[in-house]
Design a protein. Structure first.
Length: 145
């Protein structure tokens, strides 16, 4: 049986989680903005012939990683935003003295935040995979110097 008194008597838990949620959402938005700039810059460089790919596979690799990262960041952002809404609803129900409903919605909030963190970790893994590929290409250039 969940301890509903824990939630109803500990308002600081909600306050701390609220600030943690806003910081997390800001982090995801910053990652999205960085990826959007990277995609726009890559497009401009390709259009101006500043960026050339060795073959179709290399181009497809970059394109697929951009698509994966964008999709994962979108999922992460939606999950974290819905988690923030759930947290606000939970706090509202707590203030209206509906501790059981508040606890259930807070549980939903925790599940959504966990899912958002999992998608963010997966997005980071995709990002690291692309960075590793770039390092491999750069290692091949060491003979040029």
């Amino acid at each position: 049986m969940p301890n509903f008194e824990l939630f109803s008597n500990n308002i600081t838990l909600y306050g701390n989680m609220f600030f943690a949620s806003t910081i997390y959402i800001t982090l995801v938005i910053a990652r999205y903005a960085t990826l959007a700039k990277l995609i726009r810059d890559s497009r401009a460089n390709i259009e101006n012939d500043k960026l050339k790919f060795n073959n179709q596979d290399e181009y497809s690799f970059h394109l697929s990683h951009y698509e994966k990262r964008l999709k994962l960041l979108r999922y992460t952002l939606y999950l974290s935003l819905f988690a923030g809404i759930a947290l606000c609803a939970s706090l509202l129900f707590l203030l209206m003295k509906f501790a059981i409903i508040s606890s259930l919605i807070f549980g939903l909030y925790l599940v959504l935040v966990l899912a958002a963190l999992v998608t963010l970790v997966y997005e980071l893994a995709v990002s690291f995979e692309a960075l590793t590929e770039h390092l491999e290409i750069m290692r091949g250039w060491k003979d040029k110097f």
